[in-house]
Design a protein around this ligand. Structure first.
Ligand code: AMP
Length: 278
């Protein structure tokens, strides 16, 4: 059964005595199979599962898509209802941020400026602000995050270490459409033509993995290999990096087995991110 609440007080009533493990799946809604895979994992491992839906204003810059971000709570609830007993937590902005500043609000790490942080310098600070607050509000034993947002996953793990948060952060596999596009709530921004072009990213990832497994370890050559698949002139490549899987530091000369290939590119109005291990 699915139950919805808006405040921490209501949430605590629904959670009751908290016997066993509480799992949290933080989302911004507009749910798809990628989100549902996190919820399924939480339901398998936890006694109670909370899915939060909150479009977090602090992770959007003024020129970004906060206002137009899809908000589809009713259909999100219907999708979750098919999975099992889930508490859907849809707090207001005041419920999340009403208590004012916290030490996490000035939290910074060198990793915030890498990769996605280059074009979105505000982003990881905003993510940490909201995830920290959600952890405090919900008090989960486990929290589920997708490898789709690989940099975010590593940064949240680091935040838990830095603030001594006793939450087991579980990383979940990236879920793709049948043609390879990484599922994302923002994919619906694309025109049909852009959607057809978008699979070039996955073609690029596969080509790099193949080149690496055939012995090409040169970062410059692997990067060229990725770029060669983005044949549509519309692409605006933000970055294509091979990074240490935990440090997120870019390799400059040679890639090592287990590294992460991580990319971001803009197609029209849609910014797509993707990654895979090599
Ligand atoms: P979002 O609603 O985009 O903030 O995402 C909420 C959570 O779902 C994050 O932990 C994401 O990494 C995860 N997620 C989003 N898309 C996918 C996907 N295609 N595969 C796996 N996890 C995903």
């Amino acid at each position: 059964m699915i139950k919805r609440c808006h405040t921490v007080a209501e949430l605590n009533l629904l959670l009751g005595e908290r016997k066993g493990t509480v799992g949290l799946v933080p989302t911004m809604g507009a749910l798809h199979e990628g989100h549902l895979s996190l919820v399924r994992q939480a339901l398998e491992a936890c006694d109670q599962v909370v899915v939060s839906i909150f479009v977090n204003p602090t992770q959007f810059a003024p020129h970004e898509d906060f206002d137009s971000y899809p908000r589809t709570v009713e259909s999100d609830m219907a999708m979750l209802a098919g999975l099992g007993d889930v508490i859907v937590f849809t707090p207001s902005r005041d419920e999340v941020y009403g208590e004012g500043d916290l030490p996490v609000d000035s939290y910074e790490r060198p990793t915030f400026t890498l990769l996605c942080g280059g074009r979105r310098p505000h982003f990881f600070g905003g993510v940490c602000r909201v995830v920290y607050r959600l952890f405090k509000m919900v008090g989960p034993d486990k929290a589920y995050f997708g490898e789709k947002d690989y940099q975010q996953l590593q940064i949240i793990r680091q935040m838990c270490r830095d603030f001594d948060l006793d939450v087991d952060v579980v990383g979940c596999s990236l879920i793709r459409e049948s043609d390879g596009l990484a599922m994302s709530s923002r994919n619906q921004y694309m025109t049909d033509q852009e959607r057809a072009t978008s699979i070039q990213i996955y073609a690029g990832l596969r080509a790099v993995r193949e080149a690496f497994s055939n012995g090409d370890q040169s970062v410059a050559s692997l990067r060229r290999c990725f770029q060669s698949k983005l044949t549509d002139p519309q692409w605006d490549l933000d970055y294509c990096e091979i990074v240490g899987p935990q440090t997120l530091n870019s390799r400059n000369s040679e890639a090592i087995l287990g590294d992460r290939l991580i990319v971001a590119a803009v197609l029209g109005k849609t910014r797509l991110i993707d990654n895979c291990s090599i």
